[in-house]
Design a protein around this ligand. Structure first.
Ligand SMILES: [Zn+2]
Length: 295
């Protein structure tokens, strides 16, 4: 492997969010020997209809770690109560220390517009940390970074106040089963809580193989629309022959608060993308640190 070893940090609110939103891409980084760490900012203790919180939190930590292990990543689940995340300074500082300690080349996180308050606050906490990781006087006990990493958002379908607009799309068709293998580890969620919450508990089959097939079909139905929604970008990335045929993607939008993502940075951070593909909606400079030019 001649590529440098990248360090990727995927931060979700719950102990399955990073897997759901970036598991297929994470599998591709891991397969190339890059270092991937998934993080959950809460302990997931609210994600069940019968299991008591402390017991569930313990179970979900184990599920998350099993999920990461299937692709050779690691998972850190913080112990903050699920359903109660907010933007308190203590959480921001904890996240600043976590990011500094890991020294990521790329951070992935929720946008701060989302149906779930934990997702929103997780996105906000990452945004709040994005510049401060470089400021030595903030959390002075932890060595600061000399520059912010590239920060990108997980995809979502929310339209207000603004739509998700991907700068990078990744074909995950070849690793789709690996993604399902990760999610299959989250038994408490995909076979218990989420079907219950959706009024579909009676649809969950019995038996490991049947469940995995059932989950695979559900996830294919769920992820399939994403490639069509961003088809122009998929075709720009994979070209006129392969682009229209790509069925399953993960997509990421650059945050304005991290390092810019130019074509070279994209090629470095996403080495499995076709070389020379156009960078859709290129975001190449940090407008907000530049002094505006006078007319
Ligand atoms: Zn979540």
């Amino acid at each position: 492997m001649t590529e440098e070893r990248l360090r990727i940090l995927a931060i979700g609110a719950h102990p399955d969010d990073a897997d759901i939103k970036a598991g297929g891409t994470a599998a591709q980084w891991c397969a190339r020997g890059h270092v991937v760490k998934l993080v959950s900012l809460t302990n997931g203790q609210a994600g069940h209809h019968t299991m008591p919180g402390p017991q569930l939190a313990q179970r979900r930590r184990a599920e998350a770690q099993a999920s990461a292990a299937t692709i050779g990543a690691t998972y850190e689940v913080l112990d903050h109560p699920d359903g109660q995340l907010d933007d308190r300074l203590e959480y921001r500082h904890e996240l600043i220390r976590l990011i500094r300690a890991f020294r990521p080349d790329l951070v992935l996180a929720h946008r701060s517009t989302d149906y779930h308050p934990d997702h929103r606050f997780a996105g906000l906490l990452v945004q709040d940390a994005s510049y401060l990781v470089t400021v030595p006087a903030v959390c002075p006990e932890s060595p600061h970074l000399t520059r912010s990493p590239v920060i990108m958002y997980f995809s979502d379908a929310f339209k207000k106040p603004c739509r998700f607009e991907p700068h990078v799309v990744v074909d995950i068709g070849d690793v789709f089963d690996r993604l399902v293998g990760m999610l299959h580890c989250h038994q408490s969620q995909f076979y218990e809580w989420l079907p219950y919450n959706a009024g579909q508990a009676d649809q969950v089959p019995a038996g490991d193989d049947a469940r995995r097939r059932w989950l695979g079909e559900r996830m294919r139905r769920r992820i399939r629309p994403l490639a069509d929604r961003h088809r122009d970008q998929v075709v720009r990335t994979y070209g006129p022959e392969r682009g229209p045929l790509v069925r399953y993607i993960e997509a990421f939008e650059v945050s304005e608060y991290g390092a810019p993502l130019d074509a070279a940075a994209r090629a470095r951070l996403f080495p499995f993308l076709p070389a020379g593909a156009a960078l859709g909606g290129a975001f190449v400079r940090k407008e907000w640190v530049d002094i505006p030019e006078e007319d």
